[in-house]
Design a protein around this ligand. Structure first.
Ligand code: N01
Length: 536
């Protein structure tokens, strides 16, 4: 598309990550005129932006990939159990080439505003490149963890060194050899990058506000026999994951952690620890995410491992989480994280006892001392699930913005639609399982449901589809209610918006899992899109 023209399309998709690319492929196959707007310079979404050292997936490669094309999964060769960011980006590029997707994508183009026109039943979108596009459908495929969280500290502008955010890592890479590096944060991004930064930097100082629970990834190269064996049963495996709870094959044990002997409990925890999977530990008993006492047993098991790995008992205790049930803040998978604190060039600062006072020209002032730094890495995460949806101005029916509508927290029907915003679809939006599952399985489910819905609307000659307020309220209450049966809402997590100052506290993901959610969505569709109003 030409930057100066006004264009009319059937559908516009925002984002060229995993969800946007598949959405493009699906809508194209329906014969629609569809175009993608992408702020980055190429495909990949989160994997285009997050290039910090050590960035890799913590869902296994075979599962963290598209399932919609049987040939694609046979053709592509993963080299490691857990793929690195460059390998995942190479895969996304391969998919874009294979399906010739780039010809319908505008890169370096950020959508600034989308305004609903009730008369024409179209969305008018404007971009930072001066484009104006009218489209019947607008699909937000902007990702759940794509709006970086940039906390501010006094004196930041005085710091003469370099500041970086893990989620906006420079593409040319950063050489920290011989430099004094500070990392703020100890979530997944920090836990992956700290071991590698420590190997390169002269001195690494980690500024920890809340210690995280992390398990060893047990990553390893994939051998040809494993790959051949997996590929032989790939279809069957995909079908099973589509109907699983978390989008990966993990079985939740039937017994309570409180109902077995200590030796048996330890044996299971140990096996889960050695399995190197994200979901294994918390699935090893039925009640770890429900019963605080059971949960504490798993938490203590991990704390015991920290004491075992970290030489200095003071540092081990500093690294040991006590302030939230294990799993209520997202678990991490790491390679050598705890052992990194045995290195002589690594220091862990506990911000609870030595808070950051301010940045200075040459480093950071914490507690009553100054720490000299050349580079400060913000591993401070994201304004999750709603940040990227609320970044552009989305103006629905009656001039109400999405920001206004969600002032008290996001409200959606099935995570995909919100009343007052007809023909707007939010892939893996708040109220869908998304971040509690293998994202790829959830993305495919939401994309396929949306494509089928749009196909049906086109067949009906419908002008618009809009979630009903009642259905939306019922869904929002249901999402909150089921989360309330678990310990999840008790952790101060980004699932709840707790990491962003002033953000309403709403438990955003739907906890019941992929299979239940799929059944609900399919049932809604089978009943003439129950809970939606279709206008002709
Ligand atoms: O972000 P986070 P992330 N002062 O929010 C701290 C996915 N992901 O980028 O806990 C001091 O987890 C904050 O402290 P606290 C994955 O879903 C996946 O690491 O709020 N500290 C926390 O320690 C993950 O969960 C992969 O007290 C401040 C850290 O910064 C999600 O992305 C890899 C602070 C932020 O941790 C986000 O992970 C990477 C402040 N003002 C990410 N503000 C894989 O697939 C924040 N913090 C492997």
């Amino acid at each position: 598309m030409d930057d100066t023209t006004h264009e009319t399309l059937d559908a516009v998709i925002i984002g060229a990550g995993f969800s946007g690319l598949y959405m493009l492929q699906k809508l194209r196959s329906l014969g629609l005129r569809v175009h993608v707007l992408e702020a980055a310079s190429d495909v990949g979404g989160t994997w285009w932006w997050n290039r910090y050292p050590g960035a890799r997936c913590d869902i296994e490669s075979f599962d963290y990939s598209y399932s919609f094309d049987a040939d694609l999964e046979q053709t592509w060769e993963w080299s490691e159990r857990y793929a690195t960011q460059p390998e995942i980006l190479a895969y996304v590029n391969h998919v874009a080439d294979r399906f010739d997707l780039r010809r319908d994508i505008s890169f370096d183009t950020r959508m600034l505003e989308a305004r609903w026109n009730d008369e024409t039943t179209t969305w008018n979108l404007t971009t930072d490149t001066g484009r104006s596009i009218d489209a019947h459908y607008c699909i937000m495929a902007v990702g759940c963890l794509s709006q970086a969280n940039h906390p501010t500290f006094e004196g930041m502008e005085e710091f003469s060194g370099r500041t970086l955010h893990t989620g906006e890592w420079p593409h040319e890479g950063v050489d920290v050899t011989g430099l004094r590096v500070g990392v703020i944060g100890t979530g997944s991004s920090a836990i992956q990058s700290i071991p590698l930064l420590a190997e390169q930097a002269e001195q690494l100082t980690v500024f920890q506000r809340t210690p995280a629970f992390t398990l060893p990834a047990m990553n390893a190269p994939l051998d040809p026999e494993t790959v051949a064996d997996f590929k032989a049963r790939y279809r069957e495996h995909r079908e099973a994951t589509r109907h699983s709870n978390g989008g990966v094959l993990t079985t939740l044990a039937e017994e309570s952690a409180l109902a077995v002997e200590a030796a048996e409990r330890d044996r299971r925890f140990e096996a889960a620890w050695k399995s190197g999977t994200l979901f294994g530990l918390l699935s090893s008993f039925s009640d770890l995410m429900i019963d605080p006492q059971a949960n504490e047993l798993a938490a203590q098991f991990v704390r015991d491992q920290i004491v075992r790995i970290v030489d200095d008992p003071v540092i081990a205790e500093r690294l040991s989480p006590h302030s939230f049930p294990i799993g209520t803040k997202r678990l991490c998978l790491d390679t050598g994280y705890y052992a990194t604190y045995n290195r002589p060039n690594v220091e862990l600062v506990d911000l609870r006892t030595e808070p950051i006072d301010r940045f200075t020209a040459t480093g950071m002032s914490v507690g009553d001392r100054e720490i000299p730094l050349d580079v400060i890495v913000f591993a401070t995460g994201f304004d999750a699930m709603t940040g990227a949806l609320l970044a552009p101005r989305i103006i629905g029916r009656d001039g109400i913005t999405l920001k206004q509508k969600w002032a008290e927290g996001p409200r959606t029907y099935l995570g995909i639609a919100t009343s007052g915003f007809p023909n707007l679809f939010t892939i893996t939006g708040p109220g869908s399982p998304s971040v509690l599952t293998n994202m790829l399985v959830s993305i495919e489910q939401h994309v396929e449901w949306t494509a089928a819905c749009i196909e049906w609307l086109e067949q009906q000659g419908a002008a618009s589809i809009e979630a009903n307020v009642d259905a939306e309220n019922g869904w929002a209450d249901h999402v909150t209610e089921v989360a309330g049966f678990t310990l999840y809402p008790t952790g101060n997590s980004w699932y709840l918006g707790s990491n962003i100052e002033g953000k309403p506290r709403v438990f955003m993901p739907y906890i019941a899992g992929v299979e239940i959610f799929r059944t609900v969505c399919d049932d809604v569709a089978a009943n003439g899109y129950r809970g939606f109003t279709i206008s002709t």
